[in-house]
Design a binder for this molecule. Structure first.
Ligand code: ADP
Ligand code: MG
Length: 699
């Protein structure tokens, strides 16, 4: 593709700023910009003009329909398409799209998870245009990003708390900036660049695996003779079929304005990664949803299937999502950039320490963002960062904080002394090669990288939690600084206190090591090993208070999210267990029996010849496989029983989820163990499922 066509393609299906400028009357454009930039309410008359311009533009792009695109608590997006047509008395149609239709939609809310909100409140819901994320055309439909609420105002989606958290952070960060003498910034935005990992496998293999189809992961599968031990896939040259896929994916993403930038092979065979250029959190979240969706759609055009599950294959790396996060002023100053003057450095240290304190005080809440049944296979399982949340700062920055803790009086390793507001920080290494990849929350020069999120998760949850907890710390700091008589001294004191009280969360060593687990325990850091254990943080009093204080979510909304997450956990494991039973009973066991019959037939027919031939190979195998088969059957029955028993716990969502984790999930492991052993013994011709090597080394 030539450079020209790339820039022509990029954003070609987006109703972006330049399209708005070109197509809207000047006054309308100005009014809309004010709404977008300053969050002012949109005048219905303005909406009318915008809707009309948007419709004309969309129709030129081939659109026949429009949809309010929203993000319910399922974690994926939802859409209902309406055509622009409006019949006329003469039996013809005209194309119409009103301001009202642009601003508000009314999808039925009753079939989306609401965690009990539905029972107590109205079932109806509405969607409201989020004009801070641009509309776009895809599949002949105009997509309008929206927030989703119930009619009584309860939030039923992931976008609303995200937008509110951005506002909360902006408000508090501006207070700090004003104290540092910045009178020009109008807004502080949080910026995010999510790196997305995924697997691609051949569709022909996928179609033969009910487990992948129904649960997104393999519930059975003996280890492939070759896995990732040769370390020959990470950043390896990209195969033609994959490369063709990646090219098409890039183009599709560029068209809808997603700035897909980096693509490469990942650690596990058949695993890859895509990263966009960072943007505003809200847009980054929408774009990540689009990315996941297009990854799957484009794969099918290439005879491939894209797996976004956190652990599609046991024994090789799973997939995650790294959220690169920072804060920046509307005029582009990155607030996590250390800067060059003592003044800039002091401001940087305030923002940095606010993040450190936030992570230490709200680690339990942040952990919820990474809590999904799929991610339980990764966190703490020696491949992803551990389930313990700690911060990597690097030696130099840690040393600087050490000096601050000591009142700025000690000599640093570099030989200087540091006094906040007076001394200049030494140049900090950016993107240095010794970056710690085992840390769940790492400072990477001018941003943090949160590495715990699962590959299939929305990034909205992590972001609204991050924004809110940092907003809280900034507000506490601002409260003190606004009252301080000596600003620099108070800054120094606040930083000193934060370092002293929260340095336990800083850890620069190997996060995968056993020693760290012990050390973290000594430091009193939470080690929340599973989703079920993580979820109650949503209703912990301190967390509810925090969310209410900043107007991000109310108590009932937090409670509803708690219910939704627990329900989701139980349902997921239930589906996995039922799928496992189905495959085990109707595919695997019959195959094993066929193989046993084949062995017995072989022994019989050889014996029938009267030749004195050695049949110990067959008979040994017959003994081994039939005893495993008997055990397999017993375990299947056992799993079936515990799944059936689960119904007794319905009504208590926490107990039920715990039961699925402690009993059902454990039993599933036993069934799988035996099946995987059998796979290595039974005739491959008879085994109904494609093997791990068939799937992982086929494209
Ligand atoms: P890695 O070395 O971690 O794999 P990548 O280059 O793949 O790094 O990804 C880094 C991501 O961080 C990109 O999406 C990039 O746009 C994003 N990023 C860079 N600066 C910022 C920032 N200030 N705020 C948020 N994200 C950022
Ligand atoms: Mg990264």
């Amino acid at each position: 593709m030539s450079q020209n066509s790339l820039s022509e393609i990029f954003g070609s299906n987006v109703f972006n700023d330049s399209v708005m400028r070109e197509r809207l009357p000047k006054a309308t454009y100005k009014a809309l910009r004010k709404t977008i930039d300053e969050g002012l309410p949109l005048d219905p008359q303005v909406a009318e003009v915008v809707a009309n311009a948007m419709k004309d533009w969309a129709i030129e792009k081939g659109a026949t329909h429009f949809t309010h695109w929203f993000q319910p608590l399922t974690g994926i997006t939802a859409e209902k398409h309406d055509s622009f047509i409006s019949p006329t008395p003469e039996g013809r149609v005209i194309m119409e799209f009103s301001g009202k239709e642009l601003i508000k939609g009314e999808p039925d809310a009753s079939s989306f998870p609401s965690g009990g909100l539905r029972a107590t409140f109205e079932a109806r819901g509405y969607t409201a245009w989020d004009c801070t994320s641009p509309a776009f055309v895809k599949d002949d439909t105009l997509y309008i990003p929206t927030a989703f609420c119930s009619y009584t105002g309860e939030v039923l989606d992931l976008k609303t708390p995200l937008l509110r958290s951005m506002e909360a952070l902006s408000k508090q960060a501006l207070r700090i900036l004003r104290l540092f003498g910045n009178g020009t910034a109008k807004k502080v935005i949080t910026t995010v660049g999510p790196e997305q990992e995924y697997f691609l496998i051949d569709k022909k293999m996928y179609d033969k695996r009910k487990d992948l189809i129904l649960t997104g992961r393999t519930l059975f599968g003996a280890k492939s003779p070759k896995g990732q031990e040769m370390e020959d896939h990470y950043l390896a040259s990209i195969k033609e079929r994959i490369s063709a896929y990646m090219k098409e994916l890039d183009e599709e993403l560029w068209k809808v304005g997603v700035s897909a930038k980096t693509k490469h092979n990942e650690v596990a065979p058949s695993q890859h990664e895509l990263a966009p250029v960072f943007t505003t959190t809200n847009i980054a979240t929408d774009h990540n949803q689009l990315t996941m969706e297009l990854m799957k759609k484009v794969a099918l055009r290439h005879g491939l299937v894209c797996l976004l599950h956190e652990k599609p294959f046991a024994g090789v790396n799973g997939s995650g999502k790294h959220i690169n996060w920072s804060m920046s002023t509307d005029d582009g100053q990155n607030l996590l950039d250390p800067g060059h003057t003592p003044h800039e450095n002091a401001q940087f240290l305030v923002f940095l320490c606010a993040v450190i304190k936030a992570i230490d005080e709200y680690a339990d809440l942040l952990r919820v963002a990474a809590a999904t049944p799929g991610n339980d296979h990764r966190l703490g399982a020696n491949e992803a960062p551990p389930a313990i949340i700690s911060i990597f700062l690097g030696e130099q920055l840690t040393d600087i904080l050490q000096q601050i803790e000591n009142g700025g009086a000690t000599t640093s390793k570099q030989g200087g002394v540091l006094k906040v507001g007076v001394s200049t920080l030494p140049e900090l290494p950016k993107d240095s090669t010794d970056r710690n990849r085992t840390s769940p929350f790492a400072f990477t020069g001018n941003k943090f990288e949160f590495r715990m999120i699962g590959s299939s998760s929305t990034i909205a949850t992590a972001n609204y939690i991050l924004n809110t907890i940092v907003a809280e710390e900034l507000s506490q700091i601002a409260d003190r600084l606004e009252k301080a008589s000596n600003f620099n001294e108070e800054v120094q004191k606040i930083l000193e206190e934060i370092v002293k009280n929260h340095k336990r969360v800083i850890f620069n060593g190997n996060g995968y090591s056993e020693e760290w687990v012990k050390e973290a325990e000594r430091r009193g850091l939470p080690n929340i090993r599973s989703t079920v254990e993580a979820i109650p943080a949503l209703i912990a009093e301190k967390n509810v208070k925090l969310m209410e204080k900043h107007g991000v979510l109310s108590r009932v909304e937090m409670e509803s999210r708690y219910e939704v997450m627990l329900e989701n956990y139980s349902k997921t494991i239930n589906i996995e267990a039922l799928t496992m039973l189905d495959i085990a009973k109707r595919q695997l066991l019959p195959a094993v029996i066929k193989f046993l019959t084949k062995l017995a037939d072989s022994i019989n027919s050889i014996k029938a010849t009267g030749v004195n031939a050695d049949v110990t190979a067959q008979s040994d195998l017959l003994v081994e496989v039939s005893s495993l088969a008997a055990m397999f059957k017993k375990n299947i029955d056992g799993l079936e029983k515990v799944v059936n028993d689960a119904s007794e716990l319905e009504g208590d969502s926490y107990k039920l989820a715990s039961y699925y984790r402690d009993v059902v999930f454990v039993k599933m492991g036993e069934v799988r163990d035996i099946a995987d052993k059998l796979e290595t013994l039974v005739d491959k011709e008879l085994w109904p499922l494609p093997s791990y090597s068939d799937m992982l080394f086929n494209v």
